[in-house]
Design a protein around this ligand. Structure first.
Ligand SMILES: *Cc1c(COP(=O)(O)O)cnc(C)c1O
Length: 416
């Protein structure tokens, strides 16, 4: 019998060369300058944890603790993240000709975006390794999530975001005591400024997307949850709104781990990277047959969380898509905003524009025949619509105090 253990983390591995590095000292990217992947002693997990045991654990992402990097339970920093609902969409699915359509709703997680998963695990592990402050550029949601989890851990945070990032995310940073800067540019510009600042501070770790190995581990739990929630079965297709790509890389990593653990059998789901037409470097690379992306000359979309012109992990996203026989597809802002409204009217769900991009993509892929009508399809809604009030145009009458609401069917007029 093996002794009880919290994490089976064994080492870190360069995602390009496979070179091994020590997981118990603070690491950034690999020597080759690409993301490091956390590896686990999967044989040990296989020998000591049964899938059925997981079902008896608390409904948060720490239920997969053996496959997460935090070694000591006392270092877990949590706000109750994980095990978000996987919801049927009978009415909207029928409208799109995909009755087996489901949505995993990450809008219901602390901070209202799935960035909480990466922040919970990343901050916990950073605290365990002695970090006293985190620093990052962000398109808004990641900064908000890391700021609140840093506060929860008693850690400082330094955040820089584009002036155009969703305004609510500024308030989330400030209320949690973050040192926040707005940058008149894109996330890459904010990144250069943060990197320079971190070089001049002690105790701070730079936690930009995929520049440290543990955010990915938090996000991969979406993959574990989808499979567990379907009774340890894979859907046929998973669609994911792709910016830096951490979510889709993480889901793919989770699927490979579960296959090795014997927790799932059969074909992996086809993974679909969805981007906005105003910033679609991954789609462009996929269509060209390239293994890396090139930043577009201009980037703009209302789906702010996926405005990432050049992702450090682009080659890993392309690998996940190709290895699973998935695809990459772009939709316009007009299409994604229409999908956001259609879903809300059909099912009562107010989702973020990034998630809505995936539903617009389902529509297009069904139309082209790439998706069949009998397939089980899961869309990741990565955030709450509540964080993006400006995506809905509200054009309604204001009544005087003695106003009258027109009878049903009668056209409204403000002339009386
Ligand atoms: C960050 C973000 C994304 C993109 O996530 P990546 O894992 O970096 O690709 C998608 N949707 C929302 C709401 C986000 O905040």
């Amino acid at each position: 019998m093996s002794a009880a253990f919290f994490s089976a983390l064994s080492h870190l591995e360069c995602s390009r060369t496979g070179a091994v590095s020590d997981a118990d000292v603070l690491q950034g990217t690999s020597e080759a300058g690409v993301p490091l992947l956390a590896r686990y002693d999967l044989d040990r997990v296989k020998a000591s944890v049964k899938r059925a045991e997981i079902a008896d654990r608390a409904p948060d992402l720490w239920r997969y603790r053996e496959l997460l990097p935090v070694r000591d339970e006392r270092h877990v920093v949590t706000l109750g993240e994980g095990m978000t609902p996987l919801l049927d969409l009978p009415r909207y699915g029928a409208q799109l000709g995909v009755p087996g359509l489901r949505m995993k709703d990450e809008g219901l997680i602390p901070t209202g975006s799935f960035k909480a998963r990466g922040a919970a695990v990343g901050v916990s592990r950073a605290a365990e390794l002695g970090v006293t402050g985190i620093a990052m550029p962000t398109n808004g949601n990641a900064g908000a999530a890391w700021a609140v989890y840093a506060a929860r851990a008693g850690m400082r945070s330094l955040i820089a975001m584009p002036v155009d990032a969703p305004e609510i995310t500024r308030a989330e940073c400030v209320v949690a005591g973050a040192e926040l800067y707005l940058v008149d540019g894109l996330i890459g510009d904010a990144g250069k400024i943060v990197a320079a600042a971190v070089r001049e501070r002690t105790g701070y770790q730079e936690v930009s997307t995929l520049k440290e190995p543990y955010r990915l581990e938090g996000k991969k739990t979406m993959g574990y949850e989808i499979v567990e929630q379907l009774g340890w079965r894979c859907p046929d297709v998973i669609l994911y709104p792709t910016g830096g790509g951490v979510g889709i890389i993480g889901i793919y990593k989770a699927l490979l781990e579960m296959r090795e653990l014997g927790w799932l059998t059969g074909d992996l789901p086809r993974l679909v990277a969805v981007q906005a037409a105003g910033c679609a470097p991954i789609v462009d690379a996929y269509e060209r047959g390239a293994t890396e992306s090139v930043a577009p000359a201009k980037s703009h979309t209302v789906a702010f969380g996926i405005t990432v012109p050049k992702a450090l992990g682009d080659f890993l996203v392309l690998e996940a898509v190709r290895a699973t026989e998935g695809t990459a597809i772009a939709v316009t802002d007009e299409e994604l905003l229409a999908a956001q409204g259609d879903l809300a009217r059909a099912e009562g769900m107010f989702i973020c524009p990034e998630g809505a991009a995936c539903f617009a993509a389902v529509d297009k892929l069904r139309e082209s025949g790439w998706l069949r009508g009998d397939e089980d399809v899961v869309v990741l809604n990565t955030g709450a619509g509540l964080k993006y009030p400006e995506t809905v145009r509200v054009d309604v009458p204001t009544l005087p105090v003695d106003g009258r609401i027109p009878a049903a069917g009668e056209p409204w007029s403000d002339s009386e």
